[in-house]
Design a protein around this ligand. Structure first.
Ligand code: NDP
Length: 294
C-alpha cells in the first residue's frame, strides 16, 4: 500500500460550478480577443430527434456558448432523418469555413450509425474529441481535441492543486467517452494508472490503492466509503437518478467525504466542467483555424 497518507478530518468539496465559471470567463476573454482579430468563433450543435435528455443538454450547451460570446447555431433534424441526409449535413459543416466547432449530440435515434458520423467529422472541428484522429492524437501525445469530461476532470484536479506525477490514479469505467481518454491524460501527467471495469476482480481493493479515484460507471453509490484510501481525492463522474428522483453520483458521497481529502459532489462537480471544456475546445478549434494557436 505504500507510505501512510494523512487521515483527513473531512473532505474539501471541490466546487465544479465555481471552477467551471472561472474557465468559462477565461474562454469568454479568448473569444473576445479573437473577435478583435476579426474572427467570430462559432459552434454548431446538431440535434437529431426528440430525445428529452438530449434536448436539455443541447439547450444548456447553446446557452453557455452564447453567454461566452460564441456564434451558436443548433441544427434540428427530425427523428426520420436518414443516414445519408445526416452525413450531408456533417459534410456541409466540415467545409464551411465560418464553422469552427461541430458537435453531433449523441445518442442518435435508432437506425442512424453514430460511428460513421464520428468518422466523417473533420477532426479539427470535433469539439467532443471523439474522432479516430483525435483519439490517436491523445494516445500519441500530439495536438488534437480532447473529450470534454475527462479534460474537465484534469482541469478540476489542476485547479485544486492536486499533484498527479507519480500518484496512483484509479479509474472505474473504461468507456471511450470518459474512462479511456482520462487514463491517457493521467498517464501523460506521469500518474500510475489503473483502469477498472465490470470484470475487475476485487474492485474495492483496487479503489483502496488510489491516491486519486475517479468513478465513471453509471451505478448509483457503487463506490462505498470503505473503498477509499484515507486522504484520497475522489472525482465522481456518474449521473444517476436516486430512488427519490434526485441526482446521485457513483460514489456514496456522505461516507466518502468522511475519508477522502477532497471530493466532487453530484450535481455541481464534474458535470459543469464538461460544458466548460466544450467551450474551451471550441475556442481552441477557432484559434487554430485562425492561425493564432493558444
Ligand atoms: P458507459 O456505460 O459507457 O461505461 C460504464 C463503464 O463502467 C464501463 O466500462 C463498465 O464496464 C463499467 N462498469 C459497469 N458496471 C460496473 C461495475 N459494477 N463495476 C465496475 N465497473 C463497472 O458509461 P459512460 O462512461 O458514458 O458514463 C459513466 C457515467 O458517467 C454515467 O453515469 C454517465 O451518465 C456519466 N457521465 C457524466 C458526464 C458528466 O458530464 N458529468 C459525462 C459523461 C458521462 P465494462 O466496460 O466492463 O462494461
Amino acid at each position: 500500500m505504500g507510505e501512510p497518507v494523512r487521515v483527513s478530518e473531512g473532505a474539501t468539496r471541490i466546487d465544479g460550478r465555481k471552477i467551471a465559471a472561472e474557465v468559462r470567463a477565461e474562454v469568454a476573454l479568448g473569444v473576445r480577443a479573437l473577435r478583435d482579430k476579426g474572427v467570430h468563433a462559432s459552434l454548431v450543435v446538431v440535434l437529431v430527434g426528440e430525445d428529452p435528455a438530449s434536448r436539455v443538454y443541447v439547450r444548456n450547451k447553446d446557452k453557455a456558448a452564447t453567454e461566452a460570446g460564441f456564434l451558436v447555431r443548433t441544427v434540428r433534424l427530425s427523428a426520420e432523418t436518414t443516414q445519408a441526409e445526416l452525413e450531408d449535413v456533417v459534410r456541409g459543416l466540415n467545409t464551411d469555413p465560418e464553422v469552427h466547432g461541430v458537435l453531433v449530440q449523441l445518442p442518435l435515434p435508432k437506425g442512424l450509425d453514430a460511428g460513421r458520423i464520428v468518422d466523417l467529422l473533420d477532426p479539427r472541428k470535433d469539439v467532443d474529441g471523439l474522432t479516430p484522429a483525435n483519439v490517436a492524437a491523445l494516445v500519441m501525445g500530439r495536438e488534437g481535441l480532447v473529450p470534454c469530461t475527462p479534460a474537465g476532470c484534469i482541469e478540476l484536479l489542476d485547479r485544486h492543486g492536486v499533484e498527479l506525477e507519480g500518484c496512483r490514479f484509479v479509474i472505474v469505467g473504461r468507456s471511450m467517452l470518459v474512462g479511456k481518454p482520462l487514463a491517457q491524460l493521467a498517464l501523460a501527467r506521469h500518474a500510475t494508472v489503473t483502469i477498472c471495469h465490470s470484470r475487475t476482480r476485487d474492485l474495492p481493493a483496487r479503489c483502496r490503492e488510489a491516491d486519486v479515484l475517479v468513478a465513471a460507471v453509471g451505478r448509483a453509490k457503487l463506490v462505498q466509503g470503505d473503498w477509499i484510501r484515507p486522504g484520497a481525492v475522489v472525482l465522481d463522474v456518474g449521473i444517476n437518478r436516486g430512488e427519490d428522483g434526485k441526482l446521485v453520483g457513483d460514489v456514496d458521497f456522505e461516507a466518502a467525504a468522511k475519508v477522502a481529502s477532497a471530493i466532487t459532489p453530484v450535481p455541481g462537480g464534474v458535470g459543469p466542467m464538461t460544458i466548460a471544456m466544450l467551450l474551451e475546445n471550441t475556442l481552441l478549434a477557432a484559434s487554430r483555424s485562425a492561425g493564432s494557436g493558444r
